[in-house]
Design a protein around this ligand. Structure first.
Ligand SMILES: [Zn+2]
Length: 385
């Protein structure tokens, strides 16, 4: 087994499941085991690193390669967490290699990309190629839920002037993607016995009115706000909950909103616009409450960070490493590059594997891509420097 496959097998065998906001605990949850492993790994490599606590049991790890006489620093970013494992048809934490693939939770998203970045980083440290950039290797927490790791990193003095974020892109280069804002809308009513409903005020009926208007709003949004590459901004209601019991008129109901954002949209304004729309349609709405968003992930675009000035160099480096010129594309899903680019850092998303295998019940990655990714990351640090 080659070094990157061995490292990936190690990473997959360490559970780092994101509880996704649920109150779950146990050895398979959170990133602690991964962080311990990474610190040992950087210790053995003999590089400086820091372990920065973002939340209890959740630490970003940042390791430093200081290139001789370099003027530029590149940030490599890969997240430590994975999505949950319920419903998987393979053993999620026992990596298995067959037919040129490695199977296991996180193999594709994004322990594969992380393993490839780490091996490229190790080569830089050992070979110290002339003219290469310095590299900060950042392993972040909580990418799959609220991005607290990359949001912290975005405000940290990492000194980088370009970021490469690992996600499965089949080694194409992503320079734009949508962002997201997620929040709850709550309706408030007056509870009473269901045999005398006229004495109460039904919060679920009220939510029914709200939902009708949200559906119309979502349709108009799809026509008004369209990115030429990424398509329309969208709004979707994904969950609903309310009431205490069938024999009580409910005094509360809430829905969860997923608003996908296109480049150029103001995140705070997304919520405000929905509020104004409901206000206009329903009149006075003191019984309708908007809770603060638990996800606010900016969109990525070349305009925001100015990644277009780096594009040619990065494309050449990838082509040099892989023998194939990557397509420069946009994707609908969000990544750590959203928060990282918010303060103007140019970012690209690049990694081995296909998003079609991410989060699946038999997640896998092609080992050929994994090995090629090592070369691509190494070459970017070498040529872009
Ligand atoms: Zn990911």
């Amino acid at each position: 087994m080659d070094a990157v496959t061995r490292l990936l097998a190690d990473l997959v065998a360490i559970p780092s499941v994101n509880p996704m906001g649920r109150l779950l605990s146990g050895p398979e949850f959170l990133e602690g085991g991964m962080s311990d492993y990474l610190c040992d790994w950087f210790d053995r490599l003999g590089v400086r690193y820091i372990r920065r606590t973002i939340a209890p049991g959740r630490d970003n790890i940042l390791a430093y390669y200081e290139a001789p006489n370099s003027h530029k620093t590149i940030l490599f970013d890969a997240h430590q967490d994975t999505v949950p494992v319920e419903g998987m048809t393979i053993d999620p934490f026992r990596p298995e290699v067959r037919e040129g693939r490695l199977y296991g939770r996180g193999a594709c998203d994004i322990k594969g990309g992380m393993a490839a970045m780490l091996i490229a980083f190790e080569r830089l440290v050992k070979e110290r190629p002339a003219g290469s950039a310095s590299v900060v290797m950042a392993c972040t927490v909580d990418e799959e839920f609220t991005h607290i790791g990359s949001s912290d990193l975005a405000n940290y003095e990492h000194g980088a002037s370009l970021a490469i974020v690992a996600e499965p892109t089949r080694l194409d280069l992503v320079d734009r993607h949508k962002g997201a804002v997620r929040w709850k809308i709550r309706t408030k009513g007056v509870a009473c016995h269901s045999s005398t409903p006229h004495l109460g005020k039904n919060a679920i009926y009220r939510m029914g009115e709200v939902l009708g208007h949200l559906s119309s709003y979502a349709q108009s949004l799809g026509k008004e706000r369209v990115d030429p590459v990424l398509g329309p901004a969208t709004l979707s209601v994904g969950r609903i909950e309310g009431g205490q019991s069938v024999n009580v008129v409910p005094d509360w109901c809430h829905v969860e909103i997923d608003r996908r954002v296109i480049p150029g949209e103001d995140l705070a304004e997304c919520q405000a616009r929905v509020y104004r729309y409901l206000n206009e349609k329903l009149g006075d709405i003191p019984d309708i409450e908007f809770l603060p968003p638990w996800v606010r992930m900016p969109a990525l675009s070349p305009e925001r960070g100015g990644s277009d000035t780096w594009r040619e160099g990065v494309v050449d480096a990838i082509a040099h490493a892989t023998g194939r010129t990557p397509s420069v594309i946009g994707v609908p899903y969000g990544t750590d590059a959203g928060p990282l680019s918010e303060r103007g850092l140019p970012c690209f998303v690049l990694g081995p594997g296909d998003i079609a295998q991410a989060h699946t019940k038999d997640e896998w990655i092609e080992l050929d891509q994994l090995r090629t990714a090592v070369e691509a990351y190494f070459e970017i640090a070498k040529l872009v420097g």
